[in-house]
Design a protein around this ligand. Structure first.
Ligand code: GCV
Length: 835
């Protein structure tokens, strides 16, 4: 009893303290208001019974109590048998049938599936949550709570839900030292300093979030695996993490390094066909399964980006996968073998070379040679999570091999959680794409779920990379990507709109204006981001050999990484046609290949991914390619400015902390979108020699370049790449303090001043801005942007609204450098207020 009270008060205290930090995500269980509260108070019975005894069943019951208390303000009484009053009854089908013999169903539930059913006995009403297994019961409870949160009726239930695919997993790219590769939400919730964290509460909280979406597996370390994960000393750590996730129905998996038999195993080889290596993997699996009998399995990245693999011994990926698979099979484990295999030292001068071909070329010949507990885990597109890619042709090419689609929830190439980009529409474009693998009607979703060819395993893997930040992912709005991944993994037929709206209502409440604004931003955000970072299939025009964040149009060219767009003075795009290009298009089935091969039928959104065309090529909307590039960048940047205005209209309707965080994030994004816009459009103008028909590119009437100001102490520097700073130049301060000033020569009026400055991550420079001798703003460059350099990644904007300016007013910026951060400035723009 005492411990239950403790849990009760613990929840209440936790809810008060952490109410709106974002940590509760979509599971806030905020108190309902108005008539719906009254309706639920009348509909909800007083008692709950869990018929099965297990940690998962206990969690299901506790979750129900917690949710009902939060939303309806009623504390359910926990009973041990069916009472003579209305009740909510949780249990497996077998247990429910024993208690309610009158419950008849024709259709058996799938594993993890559940049913919500109202059964009446005379005047009494029982709300049944029945499932094939305990995990399904937990999922059913979450669904029931969602229905309440979304205002749906629960007094006459008759609903069955089954997952679309058995595999619904997340991968975490967490390193044992606690850092996360491509993680933007803080340090690892799992690891610190080489071991599992002492406090794994956040892991349990994560398990709860995952369970609420029906996610049933989690790989807890980076696919660039540290071989030490397989040392005996780490087994208890993995076991502790598994203990934290198990009550939420989430099985743990680990990523392993293929060289382990040699690096940590004491063998002189890791040749998959060597009997000693076979034995090593077997005894290693036995050792781990003794401690964690329900381990999900292993994830393996081999022969990719410097990782060792079977090629070291002239063996195939099937040889590599199977040697591990056989060790795991004895314990019911799976191996997720990553299809992300390519040569990153390709000769860029050879126009027939093509990284996009790699997955198919490597795996298609091995179809049918993988054991049944191997799943080939394939990224959605053939390159690497770019802002837009076609579906990987490998999905349609494997007929006798389990597949899973790998989607990236963490926003590596899509703004690193500093830009709001809701990825569900992008994922749906791939999942719904018909590969014509067996004639019409074989969308990617059906191939990965194995529903077409009855492959035994397969499904969905999301690279989540949540961290210790309260927002989990580094941006409150980015949580929708984790939520959306889970919803799609359970049911990929849901629409992006439905997912965006459900998420918004659960996360921010039911205010119709809040719903309209947030869902509106989310649903347009992918197109917006694409518009200013890489339209027409150019891929994300970022620093691909560096941080994958800021703009750098040529970073992809003239190196072996193969993310080429081949833009030159005459044209742009990769020729991947069969007729004249790399032949990549020929990897698709004929119906798909012919659509991509022809300029007449290739969708414009993927045009430059598939074809090299002159800048004057005319698109379907009548625009030339070059004009589209200009226009889309202006549209994208303007859209983000509008997001800021839309968001500001919600002040007072969203809790203060999340309101301010999101406002700051969107305002930052608006500044970055402008950097991207100017960089990409100027680069293409210079390269093509074709001016913008609307005369915007290269003409900035409101802008005063820092290098043209009166400078005291500041010196002018050239920026690399040139396009990432206005005019290719900026000013930096190598003294203890510097000043840049100029006189305003516009009309009298209220103005917004935008200062474009650089915020490197090697110090905290300070700035102040005065107008006509009066200090109007001061700020610190203390953001953690991913660079020490002056470039597009560090370029950022300070917006100072509501300034009364008169012609002749002096605008003066003082910069104080700190530890190598040089208080650098690019330009100042003066617009009409809140322009
Ligand atoms: C974990 C991209 C990322 C790498 C990542 C790799 C992969 O190249 O930039 O950080 O490595 O994909 O998916 O294996």
């Amino acid at each position: 009893m005492l411990s239950k009270l403790f849990v009760l008060f613990g929840f209440i205290a936790a809810d008060c303290v952490q109410a709106e930090t974002g940590r509760q995500a979509w599971l806030r269980y905020a108190e309902l208001k108005g008539p719906s509260l009254q309706q639920y108070r009348e509909a909800i019975p007083a008692a709950v019974i869990a018929l099965n005894k297990s940690a998962i069943a206990e969690n299901a019951q506790q979750e129900l109590v917690r949710g009902v208390r939060g939303m309806i303000g009623r504390t359910l009484r926990e009973e041990s048998g069916i009472p003579k009053e209305g009740a909510i009854v949780l249990g497996t089908e077998v247990a429910i049938r024993a208690a309610f013999p009158e419950w008849q169903t024709d259709e058996a539930l799938k594993p993890d599936g559940y049913c919500l059913k109202t059964i009446r006995r005379g005047q009494l009403r029982y709300t049944i949550v029945a499932a094939q297994n305990d995990r399904g019961v937990l999922y059913g409870v979450f669904h029931l709570l969602d229905k309440i949160a979304l205002g749906e009726a629960i007094d006459s239930l008759d609903e069955r839900q089954s997952p679309y695919a058995p595999v619904r997993w997340v991968n975490q790219w967490d390193n044992l030292d606690g850092s996360i590769e491509r993680g933007y939400g803080g340090r690892s919730i799992f690891w610190d300093d080489g071991h599992a964290r002492a406090d794994l509460n956040r892991v349990s909280e994560y398990g709860r979030l995952l369970a609420s979406l029906g996610i049933n597996g989690c790989a807890i370390n980076n696919v660039n695996a540290d071989p030490r994960i397989l040392l005996p000393a780490l087994v208890p750590d993995i076991a502790r993490i598994a203990d934290a996730l198990r009550p939420w129905g989430v099985r743990v998996a680990i990523s392993v390094d293929f060289g382990s038999p040699k690096t940590i195993g004491g063998l002189d080889t890791f040749d998959p066909l060597d009997a000693r290596v076979t034995e090593w993997w077997k005894s290693k699996a036995d050792e781990i399964y003794r401690a964690i009998p329900d381990l999900g399995g292993f994830v393996l990245k081999a022969d990719s980006e410097g990782r060792v693999g079977p090629s070291a011994y002239g063996r195939t990926h099937a040889d590599a996968a199977n040697v591990v698979a056989r060790a795991l099979a004895l314990h019911g484990g799976l191996i997720f073998y990553r299809g992300f295999v390519y040569d990153h030292h390709m000769d860029w001068r050879n126009f027939k070379n093509d990284r996009a071909r790699a997955a198919y070329d490597n795996f298609r010949p091995l179809d049918g040679k993988f054991d049944t507990n191997v799943i080939v885990q394939i990224k959605n597109g053939p390159i690497d999570f770019q802002v837009r890619e076609p579906a990987s042709p490998l999905f349609g090419a494997l007929e006798r091999t389990n597949e899973a689609i790998e989607l990236q929830i963490t926003q590596e190439y899509t703004g690193q959680a500093r830009h709001t980009v809701f990825l569900v529409p992008m994922w749906k474009a791939t999942l719904d794409f018909d590969m014509h693998a067996r004639g019409d009607g074989t969308p990617v979703k059906s191939l990965v779920a194995g529903t077409i060819s009855e492959r035994p395993a397969g499904g969905f893997v999301g690279v989540a990379n949540v961290g210790l930040d309260d927002s989990w992912l580094g941006n409150q709005l980015s949580q929708a990507n984790l939520y959306g991944f889970g919803r799609l993994a359970w049911n990929p037929n849901l629409s992006a709109q439905r997912i965006a709206e459900d998420w918004t209502r659960l996360t921010f409440g039911d205010d119709p204006d809040v719903l309209k604004t947030i869902a509106g931003i989310q649903l347009s955000s992918w197109r917006t981001y694409e518009n200013y970072t890489g339209p027409l299939g150019l891929q994300t025009l970022t620093d691909i050999t560096g941080n994958h964040y800021g703009v750098n149009v040529e970073a992809s060219e003239r190196n072996g990484w193969g993310q080429w767009h081949r833009a030159d003075a005459n044209g742009v795009g990769m020729d991947r046609t069969v007729a004249t290009g790399t032949g990549y298009i020929g990897q698709y089935r004929p119906a798909v290949a012919s659509m991509f091969e022809s300029l007449a039928t290739c969708p414009d959104d993927l045009l430059l991914f598939m074809h090299h065309v002159p800048y004057t090529h005319v698109l379907r909307d009548g625009k030339t390619v070059i004009q589209y590039i200009y226009d889309s960048h202006y549209e994208g940047a303007a859209a983000v400015r509008q997001y800021v205005r839309d968001w500001e209209a919600l002040q007072g309707r969203v809790d203060e902390q999340r309101y301010s965080e999101i406002r700051a994030q969107l305002e930052y994004q608006a500044g970055q979108a402008q950097v991207w816009r100017d960089a990409v459009t100027n680069w293409f103008w210079k390269t093509s020699g074709i001016p913008d028909a609307q005369n915007r590119v290269g003409h900035y009437p409101d802008r005063v370049e820092a290098e043209s100001m009166q400078l005291q102490g500041y010196e002018i520097v050239s920026i690399v790449p040139w396009e990432s700073a206005s005019g290719g130049k900026a000013i930096q301060c190598e003294q203890s303090q510097c000043v840049a000033s100029f006189r305003y020569d516009g009309a009298t009026g209220w103005r917004t001043i935008r200062v474009q400055y650089f915020d490197q991550n090697n110090g905290v420079a300070h700035y102040s801005l005065s107008v006509a001798g009066e200090l109007v703003d001061a700020w610190a460059a203390n953001d953690g942007l991913p660079t020490q350099k002056l470039d597009g990644s560090s370029s950022t904007q300070r917006v100072i609204a509501g300034i009364a300016l008169r012609p002749g007013d002096e605008i003066r910026i003082e910069g104080v450098p700190d530890q190598g951060e040089q208080a650098a400035l690019d330009y100042v723009e003066i617009g009409t207020d809140r322009e």
